[in-house]
Write a protein that binds this ligand. Structure first.
Ligand code: SAM
Length: 234
């Protein structure tokens, strides 16, 4: 199967219909990512077929959870995951890709310009600093492979509006991590976490999507400084 066929059939398996333009955009992103990865550490994946499965199809599994017309924040987006593939697949949703590393954000700004994506912006900032001017500014926050859930909840939930949600992409065996984060979520205005399981098409890897609804305003003292969040997680 070609990368295009892998991508098209994988998206179909997830119940997603992608336009030919969206498929072209994702394959162009893959090429730009692998090219830049030769001179900059963006991803451990070097096989274009694995970019399709381990990055694009894994991230695409979130798409059905997003509301068209909403504003989504990707906390610790790195090389654009999950936010960039989602921006391509969900053109009616607005994405802000946030990362503390300037070089990664510069790369993403170049990709966004090259693909002509008008629903996506890359921002260089630490989440705990960005939160100061963006409290409750997003309908949804998403994140993959950034920190354990207790820490991630403090970085993300303050920026989600009441009625919205935080979606954390985790390994399938995340039950202990989710249980350990229950207190943090409650303190931050989050409700009970719901874990949805899925399998990445063509890859067969089992993954989990942890959904934390935002039920009340986050108290003003959160998020704390990063050192404090890490050394004394809620
Ligand atoms: N989410 C991407 C993925 O799944 O491939 C990247 C994961 S990478 C392991 C973690 C990223 O989170 C890094 O790019 C790092 O700079 C970013 N990060 C960690 N802590 C952060 C913070 N407090 N604010 C913003 N970005 C952060």
């Amino acid at each position: 199967m070609t990368e295009r066929e892998l991508l098209e059939t994988g998206l179909e398996q997830l119940g997603l219909s992608a336009s030919p333009q969206a498929v072209d955009d994702l394959l162009r992103f893959s090429a730009l990512l692998l090219e830049k990865n030769k001179v900059m550490n963006l991803t451990a994946v070097t096989d274009p077929r694995e970019v399709v499965t381990r990055h694009f199809l894994d991230c695409a599994a979130l798409a059905p959870q997003l509301q068209p017309g909403g504003r989504v924040l990707d906390v610790g987006t790195g090389a654009g995951f999950p936010g960039l593939p989602l921006a391509v697949l969900c053109p009616q949703t607005e994405f802000t890709l946030l990362d503390a590393q300037r070089k990664r954000i510069d790369f993403l700004s170049d990709v966004i310009a090259a693909l002509g994506l008008s629903n996506c912006t890359a921002v260089h900032a630490r989440a705990e600093d960005f939160a100061k001017d963006n409290r409750a500014a997003f309908d949804c926050a998403v994140s993959r492979a950034v920190a354990e859930l207790r820490v991630l909840a403090e970085l993300s939930l303050p920026m989600v509006r009441v009625g919205g949600c935080f979606l954390a992409m985790k390994a399938a065996d995340c039950a202990d991590e989710v249980a350990a984060a229950a207190h943090a979520c409650a303190v931050l205005g989050g409700g009970a976490a719901q874990t949805l399981s899925y399998t990445v098409p063509h890859d067969g890897v089992a993954r989990a999507l942890v959904r934390i609804p935002k039920e009340a305003d986050t108290p003003a003292q959160y998020p704390r400084r990063f050192k404090k969040i890490q050394s004394a997680p809620l």
